[in-house]
Design a protein around this ligand. Structure first.
Ligand code: SAM
Length: 425
């Protein structure tokens, strides 16, 4: 058995407790915090057990200041990683079925605090069940065949391998973020703007169903052929709470009574839902369609907003960069990257100003798609007014770059004229 050496006896004991809880299957999660090692901006790490391809796996969510990164480890490798990170963290909390243990260290000493719990047979069963549920998309799910990702035998079609990877990554990010919002309710109102061929919409439905949730998902898409295609697939695979509607993100107007009450969608087949939106998704919705989508998410009080913006056209013609940057911006690609960075920074700051904890990070590596950035926001607090300090930062950035019009800001201030928006992707 792997037996690392630690500075303190209590730390050694704590590590043995982790190993033991994994062996006797009582391990729930491990949180390492107050990290003092070399990894930049790392705030805390959460380890959990999942099953990947039938193998017990330790998955770690690394919470950095501005992004979360998940890494999976086979068991021995995972334990080595835990030992390494434990030695570099001043606090650790182990949650098991029978007890919660806290380890606190300073330079001179370490302390263990143990709280026993009552473990019931039902709880153990539930724990096993939950662990079985911890997987992302199931390769045998029939929707994958309908969408052309798997073949008749349920094998991934080679040309769709990247899409498959992207889908799984998306669900992985979703499930990690979802744990941070109130996950107790059974029904979840979700809207997917610019749902396209529905790859991610179906995957999310499949995943949430497997978590014993009732996902009420609406895909909104401009192109009627895709809407029809997706609705047919939803009907064929029996996803009764998954609806697709032909509509424009800009004019999506769910009223107070429920998401499907929008006059835009008279053919809605469901009863009206509750007024709040739980999750707003807009993946690769073109240009300012992303701003409209984020605005709808904020306005409907969404607990989670996930978007992967694409084709950032709005700010580029407005940009007046400082002279000192001209040598850099003479290269066209940099001008584009700058416009993209500024656009997404303003969006992320606006989300923060409106009470959302916001992260901007790489969605899938560049070799899989060029559209690889995600803005992930989770609601932290209700606000009366947007945070004045953040609004000041926004104004300073806009002033420096000479930006006069940014759609999300105008929408949030009710000053946006509805113009035609064409997808030129
Ligand atoms: C690049 S695709 C992404 C599809 C899907 N979200 C995904 O990530 O696989 C973008 C989709 O957004 C749709 N779209 C663009 N602008 C839109 C708008 N204003 N309202 C609704 N859908 C829009 C396009 O028709 C297209 O199908």
């Amino acid at each position: 058995m792997f037996a690392p050496k630690f500075s303190f006896e209590q730390e050694q004991q704590f590590f043995l407790d982790i190993q033991q809880s994994i062996e006797n299957k009582s391990f729930e999660r491990l949180i390492l915090s107050q990290y003092k090692g070399d990894l930049a901006d790392l705030e805390k790490m959460t380890f959990r057990m999942i099953e990947l391809q039938g193998q017990p796996t330790l998955t770690c969510l690394y919470h950095h200041t501005t992004q979360d990164i998940t890494k999976n480890y086979v068991m021995d490798e995972g334990l080595e990683k835990i030992a390494e990170l434990l030695a570099q963290s001043k606090q650790a909390n182990l949650f098991t079925l029978n007890q919660d243990i806290q380890l606190k260290k300073n330079k001179k000493k370490a302390m263990l605090n143990i709280q026993k719990k009552q473990a019931s047979a039902t709880k153990v069963e539930q724990h096993q069940h939950n662990r079985e549920k911890q997987r992302y998309v199931q390769q045998h799910s029939p929707f994958l065949k309908h969408l052309g990702i798997t073949d008749e035998k349920g094998q991934i079609i080679p040309s769709m391998a990247r899409k498959w990877k992207q889908i799984n990554k998306f669900i992985e990010i979703f499930s990690n973020a979802y744990e941070q919002i109130d996950a107790s309710q059974q029904e979840l109102n979700i809207v997917d703007f610019g749902s396209g061929k529905g790859y991610l919409t179906f995957a999310l439905y499949d995943y949430l169903q497997a978590q014993d949730k009732i996902p009420l998902i609406t895909g909104v898409e401009l192109r009627s052929n895709l809407v029809e295609f997706c609705q047919n697939v939803a009907d064929q695979v029996g996803y009764h709470h998954l609806d697709f509607f032909e509509g424009d993100v800009r004019s999506y107007q769910p009223d107070e009574r429920g998401l499907n009450e929008a006059s835009l969608y008279p053919s809605a087949r469901r009863e009206p839902r509750s007024s709040d939106l739980d999750v707003m998704i807009a993946l690769h919705a073109c240009d300012i369609a992303t701003d409209f989508a984020i605005h709808t998410g904020i306005r409907l009080n969404a607990s989670m907003i996930m978007c992967a913006p694409c084709c950032h056209k709005e700010l580029r013609p407005q940009l007046k960069s400082p002279d000192v940057l001209q040598p850099m911006l003479q290269f066209g690609i940099h001008a584009g990257q700058q416009a993209e960075m500024l656009t997404d920074t303003l969006r992320a700051l606006l989300l923060k100003a409106y009470g959302y904890e916001t992260k901007v990070f790489e969605f899938v590596a560049l070799e899989h798609t060029s559209k690889n950035k995600m803005i992930l926001a989770t609601k932290r607090k209700d606000i009366q007014q947007p945070d004045p300090n953040i609004m000041q930062q926004i104004q300073a950035l806009k002033a420096m770059y000479g930006i006069e019009k940014q759609s999300l800001e105008l929408l949030l201030q009710d000053q946006m004229p509805v113009e035609n928006l064409g997808c030129k992707c």
